[in-house]
Design a protein around this ligand. Structure first.
Ligand code: 6PG
Length: 261
């Protein structure tokens, strides 16, 4: 693994580059376990917000395979974002997380916190999830919940969660969850907002494949402000770009702002 510390504030932005997915998943399973132990030791529970998409499927299977002994009774799994389709639809993020992880570990049903997509319309569903977050974190209006761990993906257009370029994050101030309208092929979505993501204690981007190399360069190296993923900068927490060699291939030559730690 090559480890670079990329300029940033707080506990810093780290770039971790792995030869392939196997060691990448092994590292992430280790971090999941470590962050869970830490949070449960301190507060008696561990809260993680997980992304959908294709990239993390293998990781979730690996967490289930290696993590049967983890403290699932004290673990709470939330969604970073959701597509507005039934859970049985193959596009459903919760459906994927349930199949690859939740159905395979001894987690109590009440510790899974899906975003409702079957009853409400997207804005109503966003309000409902926001209320659920406020309830779980006992956070009053004006306070922003702090997840112990947030796992993000990166789209080739620079989106993360369901925060797409050009879509001003523009939430009513302090809005925790928002609906995102359907566009083209894309169904409507519900997503955590940047204030919530940036309050995360430890935030990871998980990125694989050559197809993501250019956007990784634009987000990690250039930090282009028009790309939502560039705006992820946890205030007090740490940010890790966890990439395979292909995804990091345009960062490798010339260390630029990165230095080997
Ligand atoms: C989703 C997401 C989204 C995803 C990226 C990367 O619902 O699609 O949560 O932000 O993480 O689009 O997706 P891939 O991992 O499929 O490339």
């Amino acid at each position: 693994m090559a480890h670079h510390v990329v300029e940033g504030s707080g506990k810093g932005r780290h770039l971790l580059v792995f030869e392939s997915k196997e060691p990448m998943w092994a590292y992430m399973v280790g971090r999941f376990r470590e962050l869970s132990d830490e949070a449960i030791g301190e507060a008696g529970r561990f809260s993680a917000a997980l992304s959908g998409g294709k990239t993390p499927e293998g990781l979730y299977l690996e967490i289930a395979r290696k993590g049967q002994d983890m403290a699932w009774k004290s673990t709470h799994i939330f969604l970073v974002d959701e597509r507005f389709v039934p859970f049985s639809d193959e596009r459903s993020n919760f459906g994927m997380i349930r199949r690859t992880l939740l159905d395979r570990v001894p987690i109590p049903g009440a510790n899974a916190h899906p975003i409702e997509t079957e009853r409400a319309d997207p804005p109503a569903s966003a309000r409902e999830y926001e209320a659920a977050l406020r309830g779980f974190f006992a956070s009053a209006e004006g306070n922003i919940p702090k997840f112990d761990m947030i796992l993000l993906g990166l789209g080739e257009d620079g989106h993360t969660a369901s925060l797409f370029p050009g879509l001003a994050d523009g939430c009513a101030e302090k809005q925790l969850v928002r609906g995102v309208e359907a566009a083209g092929e894309r169904v409507a979505r519900i997503t955590l907002t940047l204030p919530v993501i940036n309050r995360g204690r430890t935030v990871f981007f998980l990125v694989t494949g050559k197809g993501k190399a250019e956007i990784v360069r634009r987000v990690v190296r250039e930090r282009e402000p028009g790309l939502p993923a560039s705006l992820v900068e946890p205030e007090g927490g740490a940010l890790f770009f966890v990439c395979d060699r292909d995804a990091a291939s345009l960062l490798e030559e010339g260390a630029g702002k990165a230095r080997t730690a």
